[in-house]
Design a protein around this ligand. Structure first.
Ligand code: XIL
Length: 379
């Protein structure tokens, strides 16, 4: 799909001379002006900022070391205003074993953001998933101590540089059959549901200026799974509010999956319900899993673009949505690529979930997101 020239380019070309002066030479000039303007086309970050929305993507510092590292950096410098740490602040990165504390990847992320003027979002302080084995083996008292030490250590170091944080990630996990549909794991085992309130209270106390988020997955789909997640999550938010737990914001991950059914206006009504409780809202990890879409890449790209279009048309009018973050920026840096092609390099079908392709060229998804940002009401 090719993009139509932005209307202002054509209009400017027309206004710069009389209609009669627009002969062949002038037309040639117009199209080369367009080619140039395409390279400097208004970025997604700038379009969102014009509406009072922070736009960005998760960022992985290890991608800077790849042969395409410079293009990766360039794409983020141009398109993103906010970066979410993809793995740099996770427990398995920072605390690979009981004796180490590795700040190097997070320091590198902070330096990149500072150099390029990006805002940062910290992901994530406490999560019952994605833990190194040594944490899974801790006894309850040790897990409680780790939760407290970790929150203090990380916020004391980065609280001034990183203004918003996922304090707890993905609290819901119905498959664990726990009360409230909560997800089990080391921190839940140690403290029960109270691990959530404890984490938020300690985060507020340690870094009072930081905005504290609760981030959740799988609330989006219009099926039984989505229904269970929405119900359990909403009930948890009400319990936290009743206990005056300092939760400022709620992140909806929005890893959309072409295999699942969706009713985006219905999901948007749910987000409105959460916003009405007084929370600021982030769409925190948006991408489109294209596994059920046609194999033909251009057909698939059109479907993925349409997914973005329909989803964003439903959620961007919600005034409480303050941030829109994609989960990575290019198809080959997506977690879907790492889960799939990187493990099976002979794979003929490569995932195409994001707005840039494997050569950092804009895809139809980029244009769909740009149009959705242009059409949304300002905050
Ligand atoms: C994913 C990363 O993208 C992968 O690189 C990593 O291997 C596993 O985690 N929900 C979250 C994110 O909150 O932290 C996950 O990120 C994707 C699902």
């Amino acid at each position: 799909m090719t993009a139509a020239p932005p209307p202002d380019v054509t209009r400017r070309a027309l206004l710069s001379g009389s209609a009669a002066a627009l002969g062949t030479a002038a037309l040639a000039q117009t199209s080369s002006a367009f080619a140039a303007s395409n390279a400097s086309e208004l970025s997604l970050g700038a379009r969102a900022a014009a509406k009072g929305l922070l736009f960005g993507a998760s960022f992985a510092t290890h991608e800077l070391d790849k042969p395409y590292g410079a293009q990766y950096a360039e794409t983020y410098k141009r398109e993103a205003r906010i970066l979410t740490s993809e793995a740099e602040l996770k427990l398995y990165t920072m605390r690979p074993d009981a004796l180490s504390l590795d700040f190097a990847p997070a320091d590198r992320l902070v330096a990149f953001a500072r150099e390029n003027g990006h805002v940062l979002h910290g992901h994530t302080l406490i999560w019952n998933d994605a833990l190194p084995d040594w944490i899974k083996r801790l006894g309850p008292g040790e897990a409680e101590l780790l939760l407290e030490t970790h929150i203090r250590t990380v916020l004391e170091r980065y609280g001034a540089e990183i203004p918003t944080w996922d304090v707890v990630n993905e609290p819901i996990g119905p498959w664990d059959n726990l009360p409230g549909g909560l997800r089990g794991g080391a921190f839940y085992t140690a403290l029960g549901e109270d691990y959530i309130a404890r984490s938020f209270r300690l985060a507020r106390k340690t870094a009072p200026n930081v905005r504290l988020y609760l981030n959740e997955a799988q609330t989006e789909s219009d099926d039984e799974n989505g229904e269970v997640f929405r119900k359990s999550f909403l009930a948890l938010l009400h319990r936290l509010k009743d206990q005056s737990v300092p939760v400022d914001g709620v992140g909806f991950e929005c890893h959309l999956d072409s295999k699942r059914p969706y009713d985006f206006p219905r999901f948007a009504a749910y987000v409105e319900e959460v916003a009405a409780m007084g929370f600021e809202i982030a769409i925190s990890e948006l991408d489109i899993n294209d596994r059920a879409l046609p194999s033909n890449p251009s057909e698939r790209d059109a479907h993925v673009a349409d997914f973005y279009k329909r989803f964003l048309a439903a959620v961007l009018p919600i005034k409480a949505v303050r941030r829109l973050t994609l989960w990575q920026i290019a198809d080959h840096t997506s977690w879907m690529f790492y889960d799939d092609v990187a493990k099976n390099p002979g794979a003929r079908r490569r995932p195409r979930p994001l707005p840039f392709d494997e050569r950092f060229r804009k895809k139809p998804a980029w244009h769909a997101i740009a149009a959705a940002l242009d059409d949304m009401p300002a905050r």
